[in-house]
Write a protein that binds this ligand. Structure first.
Ligand SMILES: Nc1ncnc2c1ncn2[C@@H]1O[C@H](COP(=O)(O)OP(=O)(O)OP(=O)(O)O)[C@@H](O)[C@H]1O
Ligand SMILES: [Mg+2]
Length: 175
């Protein structure tokens, strides 16, 4: 099976309001990811038997980020991943530095995203879920791009899906 892949930057839409300007500060990655795991695991209906794993590059301690905007972005990706896992599987949150860029990964081993769907998933109101608003990924992309970052996805249906956020240090400098 060929992986579905996208690094495309989709056009912005007025459907999602422009996020406030980022307020970067030195964020401890272990604190951020642990907080997310705690938040997710309090929702037992959503997590059920899913294992939530963290993988943090030991060389990566702090990075200049808008804490709330980054947390909201990761939360949207994690909720999607947990919804796709439907109570069983593994969700991994990973953080690593590649030179002057931080890379954050949200990976699940759920059903994946068919290749033909990939160009649509970041568009506002695109949803395959009953009752889904289809705004989660559109908002996430805006929050990341307003910090000077990028978001992309790679999916191998029935095997694995990985959302990758990259934010250069200069994209979000501490004032
Ligand atoms: N990890 C994933 N695994 C499989 N499909 C996914 C995953 N993440 C996103 N998708 C697909 O992308 C679509 C759009 O996601 P998005 O978060 O924007 O909206 P939603 O989850 O449907 O609704 P909501 O506004 O409640 O977030 C989803 O409906 C789903 O089809
Ligand atoms: Mg969603």
């Amino acid at each position: 099976m060929r992986p579905s892949d996208s690094n495309a930057s989709f056009p912005n839409s007025s459907a999602t309001p422009k996020p406030r300007s980022p307020r970067p500060a030195d964020v401890r990655l272990d604190t951020l990811l642990e907080e997310l795991r705690t938040l997710l695991t309090t929702d037992q209906q959503l997590v059920r038997n899913v294992t939530v794993k963290l993988a943090i590059d030991p060389d990566l301690t702090v990075w200049p980020l808008d804490y709330d905007q980054t947390k909201e972005s990761l939360l949207n990706l994690c909720i999607n991943a947990l919804q796709s896992l439907d109570g069983a599987g593994v969700l991994t949150l990973e953080a690593k530095a590649r030179g002057e860029t931080i890379e954050l990964f949200v990976r699940d081993n759920g059903p994946g995203i068919p290749m033909e769907e990939i160009p649509h998933i970041f568009k506002p109101f695109y949803s395959r879920k009953p009752g889904g608003s289809g705004l989660g990924l559109a908002i996430t992309r805006q929050l990341i791009e307003s910090q000077g970052g990028r978001i992309s996805v790679t999916s191998i249906p029935r095997l694995t899906t990985t959302f990758k956020i990259s934010i250069p240090r200069t994209g979000c400098s501490v004032v």
